[in-house]
Design a binder for this molecule. Structure first.
Ligand code: 6GU
Length: 236
């Protein structure tokens, strides 16, 4: 099974960064088929213009509806394969905040189209006519959606079957269990006078599991008590 990810961006070269690590392996193994499209290739004038000044005035530029919608239609399956095979997701600081649950849903799809906007944003009519889902990766502002799209892709890549070396790691750690991860140690046993907790050397797997659970709960209570509340309410 291959997840087709269409990306609409005026900086397609930025996505070369996905060629490393876990996302690199997902691309190599064809767990992901990354299809990059530049809206500039769909611009109408000889300057290949894709942005214009906002109606009503104000700072910055807005991505024009025509090149952007033409780019979406060319890749998302509406025109090329006669049907849409997956949602069109616009990465935007105005979107709902993406969670691991969203990532899991994206990873289970056959196809996904991501729009990485630039400037002040995209013409609202593209959102009205083409966008199914508007997603933010956190409460801070980036200059464009490219890094946000790459964050989404990497989070999805590591969940795809056959991508991770160790099939357990993806399900075990932070957020999939709804709480933060426990601390990790490897050799040597003593580093700058700091010893590895004795229990981890004991070979007692029950005791180790209990210690890790307790450590995970402790760090979650300290740093993200909201996660524990959510868990007890059974939401998200
Ligand atoms: Cl998806 N885009 C931009 N431009 N800024 C963001 C974001 C997305 N998510 C958080 N900040």
């Amino acid at each position: 099974m291959t997840l087709r990810i269409n990306v609409i961006s005026i900086f397609p070269e930025m996505f070369d960064a996905l060629g490393f690590g876990m996302s690199g392996r997902a691309l190599e193994k064809k767990a992901i088929d990354l299809c990059l499209t530049n809206p500039r290739d769909f611009a109408k004038n000889r300057y290949r213009t894709i942005d214009d000044r906002p109606y009503g005035g104000g700072p910055g530029m807005v991505m024009m509806a025509e090149p952007l919608s033409a780019a979406i239609d060319a890749v998302s399956g509406i025109k090329t394969r006669g049907q849409s095979a997956g949602p069109v997701v616009y990465l935007s600081p105005k979107g709902r905040r993406m969670t691991q649950t969203d990532v899991e849903l994206f990873a289970a799809l056959p196809e996904l189209t991501l729009i990485a906007g630039r400037y002040e944003g995209i013409d609202e009519r593209v959102i009205q006519t083409r966008v199914d889902d508007e997603v933010s990766i956190g409460d801070y502002v980036l200059a464009g959606g490219e890094f946000a799209a790459m964050v989404l892709i990497e989070a999805v890549a590591r969940l795809l079957p056959g991508v991770l070396g160790n099939d357990e790691s993806a399900v075990q750690e932070s957020f999939t269990s709804g709480i933060l991860d426990y601390p990790h140690y490897t050799r040597p046993e003593c580093f700058e006078n700091l010893r590895v907790p004795e229990v981890l050397l004991s070979g007692d797997h029950k005791k180790i599991a209990a210690w890790r659970k307790q450590q995970a709960l402790k760090v979650t209570k300290e740093r993200r008590p909201d996660l524990l509340e959510k868990r007890s309410q059974g939401t998200d």
